[in-house]
Design a binder for this molecule. Structure first.
Ligand code: VGL
Ligand code: ZN
Length: 219
């Protein structure tokens, strides 16, 4: 059976921001350093959302995990993760298939755990610091958030929870996210936590891709 698309346009408007989380080679490409199973599948889904968002006057923002070569975020330096998204490497680049149509907010730049697009956290002291994302949203008059990207159980979860905690009505697009699933079921657990925090998890089918689409590859 082919995909089924819902007919109505999602409720984008000029006060809505679509936040595209960490659609980077290391997560989305099967050859990436922290490749997320099915990660590349979110790209056409998210590109169609970007199209729908822009058509309705909504704004699109991107986050980008951006680590130094050595950081307590990495397993080799005492942390949890294989090396990924090292600044200025192929793995840290946004996936070439992703349409980029808005500002990119980098996180983790100084060696912090940058799970949330809104805040970074020093893995040693626990100290948190805001990124520029909330200021950008406020300056753009954003009042509600739609979140998609990688990965469900880390950066999508943290970004959506943080957005909700800052008072934005927030929706996560289930078709536009994939989980790392360090433990099987982590992605589902994240959906449950998001719902419990008042985030809507939208499980509708993806947007119909635009008839004449203009992907960066020109296909
Ligand atoms: C992420 C693990 C480590 C993410 C980032 O983007 O979800 N996950 N760094
Ligand atoms: Zn990371």
């Amino acid at each position: 059976m082919g995909p089924r698309y819902h007919r109505t346009v999602r409720s984008y408007d000029p006060a809505t921001a679509l936040i595209v989380v960490d659609v980077q080679n290391d997560f989305a490409d099967p050859a990436g350093g922290l490749s997320v199973s099915g990660g590349a599948e979110v790209i056409p889904v998210i590109n169609a959302e970007i199209e729908a968002a822009l058509a309705a006057g909504a704004k699109v923002f991107y986050t980008q995990d951006w680590h130094p070569r050595s950081t307590p975020h990495f397993e080799k330096d005492g942390g949890l993760w294989p090396v990924h998204c090292v600044a200025h490497t192929w793995g840290a680049e946004l996936h070439p298939g992703l349409r980029v149509a808005g500002p990119v907010v980098r996180k983790g730049v100084n060696g912090e755990d940058g799970y949330s697009g809104f805040t970074t956290r020093d893995p040693e002291t626990g100290e948190t610091r805001p990124t520029e994302l909330d200021d950008l949203l406020k300056a753009a008059g954003v009042q509600q958030l739609v979140v998609a990207g990688l990965a469900t159980d880390y950066c999508v979860r943290a970004t959506a929870l943080d957005g909700r905690a800052r008072g934005y009505p927030t929706t996560v697009l289930a078709a536009g996210v994939r989980a790392v699933d360090l433990e099987p079921g982590d992605g589902e657990k994240a959906f449950a936590e998001l719902r419990a925090a008042g985030v809507e998890v939208d499980e509708r089918s993806p947007q119909r891709p635009p008839a004449h689409h203009d992907s960066p590859r020109g296909d």
